[in-house]
Each structure stands twice: as C-alpha cells, then as structure tokens.
Ligand binder design. Structure first.
Ligand code: ZN
Length: 296
C-alpha cells in the first residue's frame, strides 16, 4: 500500500507519522516544538529511522503553524514568516525538511491540512464547499470551495477579521491579538478568554457572562464567513469548543443569518450546517498525510 510521511508542525508540539489514512497510521512520534534547528533535526531523524527500517515513502506532507509563504514563485516559499513565536521568524521550514529527508514535500497551513483530512475521512466527506474552523489558542479557518482549498496572494487569515464589540465587553480589554487587538482572534480565542476573564471558558460556570459573550462573538464571526463564502457546512472545533457552547453559537448564527438563506432558515438546518469536526484531535496529523496525498 502507498505510504506517506506526515508532520503536524504545531506551535507547541510536532507530531510525525507514516501511513496512508485514519485506518493506517503505522508509527507516530510526538515531541515539543523547541528552537527550529533542533526541532527540525528531530523530525528528519524520525524519517531517517523509518527509511532505515525499510519504509518506502512516496512523499512528505506538512501541516504547519504560520504564517507561511505558500507561493512557490517567491524566494521565501516555505518559510515561516511573521510569527510571534520566538526564534521561528524567517525559518526555511520546507527547505530544511526537504534537504534533510530527501523526500518530495508539500506544505499547507495547519487548518487547510485539517480541512483536507475532514474532506477525505471526516465530517465533510463529499462536500464541495465547506469551512474548517478551529477555536483554540488562536482562531484559524481553512476554506474548501469549488473543490479546492482557497488561497489568495497569501493564505487567508480569516481569524483576524474585525467584529462588532459586544455591548458587555469589559472596559479596558483591548483584545489579545498582538497585531490587531480586538479582531476575532483577539476577542474570542482561548488566549483572549484567559486574558479577559483570567480563566479558561470550561473552568467558568455556564451562567458566567463569558459563555454568552463567546457565543455572540463566534456566532457573529461565523455568520460573516457564511455570507461571504456560502459553504454547505461549517466544521468548528478546537480546545475552546464544546457541546454547550456549540448550541449557543448555533442560536446566535441563526439569529444573525436572519433566514436570508432559505435552506438555513430552520434551526434543525442550522444544526446540520454547524457541526463538530469528525476526526477530533487527529485531524492535524491526518491533515499532513492528506497534504502528502494531494501530490499524487
Ligand atoms: Zn488579529
């Protein structure tokens, strides 16, 4: 069976594996993301070992934190660019991995990679138009539209759009995004929740105003994305999401859409439109394999 290498290159951990899909993940290792040289060396050493043990890899796929330059025509193609992560600015991730492993390599953002995996094996199977949204430390969105991942001159950064400020937003909270302050990520990511309330959402009681405010921000954010991109479905996951919040976000989304798209006028249609991802915490790693498979 065709076998691929995958690297989920996250800001806090790297996960490397070989396999071909969810039913065939043969070897998985995980290590913390440290300085670039030692982290990349660990990844290269993993694939060297697999090669030494006889693995025949067709290609290596990487789903990476970013921002990353994805335009092959630019001299900094494959570089991590303006990340706030110390030591990782202007790192040639693709070049170092390709030279180190000697494998054909393809890279995409972590959310785009996860979206590819959800389309192959998860909650977006068979769809031509959907969004994959993750609400964790940051907010990321992968858009699959018209049968392909959406890319502009740069990969989309939808988590950084501006939102109307909630009327009960505490005075003096300027948002947690180092670039834009009160963008969606700066208002509704896990980092924003901790910065505003001093705690994670799931540590606060459900009557705490954090829940209503978070649902308001996310429902408003997703309504904007739904109107601009008209997906058939939105998958929303990440460390902040849970079943209680999802239900509250559906209420806000329905209200914001206002029945304008007739197939989303009834609440039961919203329940099918906004769902949790199907692959759970493995979406990132499977996404890296999906990126590798996309080279075929
Ligand atoms: Zn921002």
């Amino acid at each position: 069976m065709a076998c691929y290498g995958g690297i989920e290159a996250g800001g806090s951990r790297f996960v490397c594996a070989i396999g071909s899909g969810p039913d065939d993940l043969q070897t998985v290792v995980e290590f913390p993301t440290r300085r670039p040289a030692e982290t990349i060396a660990d990844a290269v050493a993993f694939f060297d070992r697999q090669h030494g043990e006889g693995a025949q890899l067709l290609a290596l796929g990487v789903g990476a934190f970013g921002p990353i330059e994805l335009d092959p025509g630019r001299p900094d193609f494959g570089y991590i660019t303006s990340t706030p992560k110390p030591g990782w600015q202007d790192v040639d991730l693709v070049g170092e991995l390709a030279r180190g492993t000697g494998l054909p390599l393809r890279i995409d953002t972590d959310v785009n990679a996860a979206a590819r995996a959800e389309r192959l094996w998860g909650a977006a199977r068979g769809l031509e138009h959907f969004l994959y949204v993750t609400v964790g430390t940051g907010i990321g969105v992968g858009a699959y539209l018209g049968g392909r991942i959406l890319h502009g001159a740069h990969h989309p950064e939808m988590g950084h759009v501006l939102l109307p400020i909630d009327p009960e937003e505490p005075e003096g909270f300027d948002g947690s995004c180092p670039y834009h302050g009160r963008c969606a990520e700066g208002l509704a990511s896990g980092s924003a929740l901790v910065a505003r309330w001093g705690d994670r959402l799931d540590s606060l009681p459900e009557e705490h105003p954090a829940w209503r405010m978070e649902a308001n921000y996310l429902g408003t954010f997703l309504a904007g994305l739904a109107l601009v991109l008209q997906p058939q479905r939105i998958l929303v996951g990440g460390g902040v999401m849970n079943a209680v919040l999802l239900d509250m976000v559906r209420d806000v989304l329905a209200a914001r859409l206002g029945g304008y798209r007739r197939t989303l006028a009834a609440r039961k249609e919203i329940d099918r439109f906004l769902v949790m991802p199907g692959l759970g915490p493995r979406a990132g790693l499977l996404g890296a394999l999906a990126v590798a498979r996309a080279m075929d």
